[in-house]
Design a binder for this molecule. Sequence first.
Ligand code: ADP
Length: 160
Amino acid sequence: MNRVALFPGSFDPFTKGHEDIVLRGLRLFDQVVIGIGNNATKKRYFALEVMKEMIEKTFSGEKNVKVITYDDLTAHTARELGATFLLRGLRNTTDFEYENGISQVNRYLYEEIETVFLITSPNFAPISSSIIRDLHRYGQRVDDFLPYSLSELDKLSQES
Ligand code: ADP
């Protein structure tokens, strides 16, 4: 059976916490599709295409990982992909409260979908995209939290 999971998120930016969820998801599913939600009403900090490239680079050796961007309901995107699982990470009770609601709605929209939650690995629990954005905004190097190098990218964009 081909078990495809969609891992949806803003990934603004994609962090080592997200990478950990994907790598552990690969033990459960035949394919993990990382879906970067492109919500036109939400302004991103890191450009969508740049983040897609960084994630592709991170998993260049993993043939069972695919990266897409989407501008639709997550449940509809999963159905189109033939994915019957959504993969999400849980760090704390705040994540749980939020995830509980959206997983119910996703199953209302697409009955066959099952959301699978992986509890964060302890060393990645404190990592959040919003904290990383704040650090980066004020010039702090954030590469330690990311599975690719942003400093290299920043250098390139300053040179060009
Ligand atoms: P969203 O905007 O949909 O919440 P995020 O990019 O913030 O998207 O997160 C995508 C998923 O990854 C969510 O399920 C979130 O709980 C999970 N996640 C975020 N950071 C971590 C982390 N450090 N460890 C494990 N899961 C995480």
